[in-house]
Design a protein around this ligand. Structure first.
Ligand code: SAM
Length: 205
């Protein structure tokens, strides 16, 4: 991917980052393009990587700025989405990644060192073994937010910020969790440029 393409896409989404941040985003994408497929992290390259992963991860920024957590834990970070992207975008936010697969956790640690992300910590473990506490937990995966998963996520932070897709699907998850006694709200993630419908499901005890 050309760096110009990244700069253009960030401008289209009206993101304003400092030059060093754009540079770190770009170096991260370069590493994913080179190692993502051989390491079994992601097959996405080019515009798919840019749109479906980097820009998608950034879509939650307005809500995160509004909620003002000092620390976030990203559970099941995989190739680093959204955790690494949020760490680059918010240098004052302490971001911890929890990833149970060894080769993914090793890649995340390598990125932390290579990109010199001093606000990033990587934990190679299963969520269920993590005893530390954070202000909020982010979660981006295909998995449904059922009450069992929510109980586990709320053990590490009092607020879950889950990246979700279509409104009808997320509203069903919300209903299920509300019936189980959780407080939930859904925020639509606007995009000037991306066409896919995206939402955040915010869950609290
Ligand atoms: C579908 S991938 C999503 C990766 C990334 N968040 C994204 O959106 O591209 C889910 C990741 O969560 C990790 N994972 C699943 N359950 C976990 C758990 N209980 N503790 C830690 N990591 C977990 C898996 O190893 C996998 O890398």
């Amino acid at each position: 991917m050309e760096k110009e393409r990244l700069v253009q896409a960030l401008q289209q989404e009206q993101h304003q980052f400092e030059a060093w941040q754009v540079d770190v985003f770009y170096r991260f994408l370069e590493n994913i393009e080179r190692m993502g497929s051989p390491l079994g992290l992601t097959e996405a390259v080019g515009d798919a990587l840019l749109n479906d992963h980097l820009l998608d991860s950034l879509r939650a920024l307005p809500i995160i700025h509004h909620l003002q957590p000092s620390s976030i834990v990203d559970v099941g970070s995989g190739a680093g989405f959204p955790g690494i992207i949020l760490a680059i975008a918010c240098p004052d936010l302490q971001v911890t990644l929890i990833e149970r697969m060894q080769k993914r956790a090793q890649f995340l640690l390598m990125m932390q060192l290579k990109l010199k992300l001093t606000n990033l910590t990587v934990i190679h473990d299963d969520l269920k073994n993590v005893k530390r506490h954070f202000d909020a937990v982010t979660f981006r995966a295909l998995t449904t937010m059922d009450p069992t998963l929510v109980r586990l996520l709320l053990q590490v932070a009092p607020q879950i910020i889950a990246y979700k897709g279509r409104r009808d699907v997320v509203m069903l998850e919300k209903q299920l969790l509300e019936e189980a006694g959780y407080r939930c709200r859904v925020e639509e993630l606007e995009s000037l440029y991306l066409k896919k419908e995206r939402h955040l499901l915010i869950v609290e005890p």
